[in-house]
Design a binder for this molecule. Structure first.
Ligand SMILES: [Zn+2]
Length: 106
């Protein structure tokens, strides 16, 4: 059963697996009005266009493969941001992960 839309809790879908989750459970990647791409894991207040990911390295891998982040942000995502993301995700999930494999293939 799907509960009715909760207005108090904003929801977003992960760009990797498309699962809809509470926004606060997701990691936000933002493109600022300056065109800078960065993570917004702390405040959720960085202005700009956002893309959301589950705290799961697999979602990042999928998103990278499908270029979903780039499409959501309408901008190329620098490798260093992907690496930072990978670090965040592996730190959160605390599982074994192939951090080194998260790279843009271009
Ligand atoms: Zn996901």
């Amino acid at each position: 059963m799907t509960p009715p839309r909760e207005r108090r809790q904003p929801q977003r879908s992960c760009v990797g697996c498309r699962t809809v989750r509470a926004k606060r459970e997701l990691i936000r990647v933002v493109r600022t009005p300056n065109g800078e791409i960065k993570l917004d894991t702390q405040t959720q207040k960085v202005p700009g266009r956002g893309a959301y990911l589950c705290p799961d390295p697999q979602c990042l891998t999928r998103a990278v493969r499908a270029k979903a982040l780039e499409r959501a942000l309408k901008a190329p995502v620098p490798d260093e941001v992907l690496e930072e993301l990978a670090r965040q995700l592996t730190a959160q999930s605390a599982g074994p992960a192939e951090t080194g494999s998260v790279r843009k293939s271009r």
